[in-house]
Design a protein around this ligand. Structure first.
Ligand code: MRU
Length: 383
């Protein structure tokens, strides 16, 4: 089984899979410029908090490697100071591609710090470029390792938690939202990584996932990932979470995150808050799993997390193939599912789940469990 991937750097190219065409068509597109990377992130050709940070970082590495290979570096940058000004502009531009996921800002800040330190150390433009290329590649590469670590922390914790309640942990049923697997990260995934770990260790019963309208990351991407991994799974519509939790034994809801505030309030894909409220009603553990770079200690609580509102038209469209296809050939289609020119459309891409609805937050450093009677988290041990 070849895991799906969102970014490819082989063949002397930087490419991404166009996620707008999945699951019916796998088409790689070249990312040749910083503008290409910005556009791909903004238009959702690549999405998922860690994956967009990786692409932003790699696009800078790519930009600089190309300048070195084509001997254009001296023309581009007359001096380290000129180079600093130019790269700061690039990083500021990349940062504007999407606002909610903190990973993008964390990556651009990290690169800005390397730039600052290398210029302060009086390095020449070639050495500064090499420092930035190395850091950009590291940002993308380190993601898989930490995903595996946090998935193990989370999976082992859930098994202990369930067994502590006197329940067998051999067939755990879990619900997730959105897409948090190898397509949303550099590999293995966050919430989907934890689900994969439960499957690999023989603890998973079924993975339920919501379709996740309006972009359908669940039915288009999570469905494909689970199928590729041979993980037993069941899709539900977003409106069915309450029914599922009423009528089926679900041991945990497991979600990723785009930004976690200091108190544990968590921004994630729209619909996550609904699932958390219903999980609390049914006393089902609600678990958030994300890398340390998703925790934003500068933000005290969720009210200060910027929430991206996507263009209204996106909530009026569905993407897919014409079924059963014209002349047996599946045709890609974007269809309108509403009357044209609706009066109003509310289309926030994310919502914030308050910390008091979250049972545990997991990073690559470990598991923070909200203490009995407390409404907020102490994240100091896991960041
Ligand atoms: O709008 P998207 O598809 O980029 O949103 C993605 C999510 O909300 C994921 O759940 C989140 O990034 C965590 S992924 C590892």
């Amino acid at each position: 089984m070849v895991p799906l991937t969102s970014i490819r750097t082989s063949n002397g190219k930087l490419e991404i899979v166009n996620q707008l065409l999945l699951p019916h068509k796998t088409e790689f597109i070249d990312i040749n410029t910083i503008e290409d990377a910005h556009d791909a992130i903004k238009t959702m050709k690549i999405r998922g908090a860690p994956a967009i940070a990786s692409l932003a970082a790699l696009s800078l590495s790519w930009h600089l490697s190309t300048a070195i290979e084509t001997s254009a570096l001296p023309e581009f940058f007359a001096s380290p100071e000129a180079m600093k000004a130019h790269i700061e502009q690039i990083l500021a531009f990349l940062f504007t591609a999407r606002p909610t996921a903190v990973n993008l800002g964390a990556a651009t800040r990290r690169l800005a710090q390397i730039l600052q330190a290398s210029v302060a150390a009086k390095k020449n433009t070639l050495d500064i470029a090499h420092d930035l290329i190395a850091e950009g590649n590291l940002i993308a590469d380190e993601d898989i390792g930490r995903n595996k670590k946090m998935s193990k922390w989370g999976g082992d914790w859930l098994v202990r938690h369930v067994e502590g309640g006197g329940v067998s942990s051999t067939a755990l049923n879990v619900l997730t939202v959105c897409n948090t697997g190898s397509l949303a990260t550099s590999g293995y995934g966050t919430a989907l990584g934890m689900i994969t770990y439960l499957y690999e260790t023989g603890k998973l019963g079924k993975a339920y996932y919501t379709q996740t309208a309006p972009y359908h990351q669940g039915s288009r991407l999570t469905a494909l990932e689970l199928q590729t991994l041979n993980i037993p799974s069941v899709m539900i519509c977003d409106t069915m979470v309450g029914s599922l939790l009423q009528h089926h034994k679900i041991h945990a809801v497991i979600v990723g995150a785009d930004r976690i505030a200091r108190n544990g309030d968590t921004a994630n894909k729209i619909g996550t808050y609904n699932a958390a409220v219903i999980a609390a009603r049914h006393q089902i553990p609600f678990i958030v799993i994300a890398p340390i770079s998703t925790v934003d200690l500068d933000i005290g609580d969720g009210s200060r997390i910027p929430i991206e509102h996507r263009p209204p038209i996106e909530a009026c469209l569905a993407r897919g193939i014409l079924y059963p296809g014209v002349d047996g050939i599946p045709n890609q289609a974007v269809v309108m599912i509403t009357p044209q020119n609706l009066d109003g459309v509310y289309n926030p891409s994310f919502d914030v789940t308050p910390a008091d609805l979250i049972t545990a937050i997991i990073t690559e450093k470990g598991v923070a469990v909200r203490k009995e009677g407390q409404e907020i988290f102490d994240l100091s041990d896991i960041v």
